[in-house]
Design a protein around this ligand. Sequence first.
Ligand code: ZN
Length: 203
Amino acid sequence: MKILAIGRNYVEHIKELNNTVPEEPVIFLMPETALIRRNQPFFYPDFSKEIHYEVELVLKISKLGKNIDEKFAHRYYDEIGVGIDFTARDLQNELKKKGLPWEKAKGFDGAAPLGKFLSKESFSDVHQISFSLEKNGVVVQQGNSNQMIHSFEAIIAHVSKFFTLKIGDLIFTGTPASVGPVVIGDDLIAKIEGQELLKVQVR
Ligand code: ZN
């Protein structure tokens, strides 16, 4: 199983990090060991002083595919969930400055807490899914799949040119604006359409 993630997929988030709008999706990979499942805690790593939350919608791939045409891409995922793409922003900024890959800042152990999935059929329109993140009871991030630069289908079409998609693979689809730091003791709750699907405690 592999985890693919898309960077810079929401205009307001691109602006807040002073990045430029990419012509095609920015892709990076995370190892399976980055996942935190079943509401397990996140342990703040000692190699960073600036861990940021990024709440994201996550697709679960349901069918083997390569070079998938965008118009058939909807057949390749059957569940949508929510996850957090924890980022060691201090490390990422250093790596970006040197033009080096981001893996250490994005794919470290515990960097990807994953919540419960909902079946695609439970949504009236997958291109209008609202989601949010609460930190200590306060909403800190709010997004909607209608704000994505690259739709779920465009992402699947693009990534499958390079990486064969297999059943169970996950795709983190990018974060909306207002990413921010966590500290030890924080409680995070992620929701889709107001439904709580993920809870993470920072320890
Ligand atoms: Zn992200």
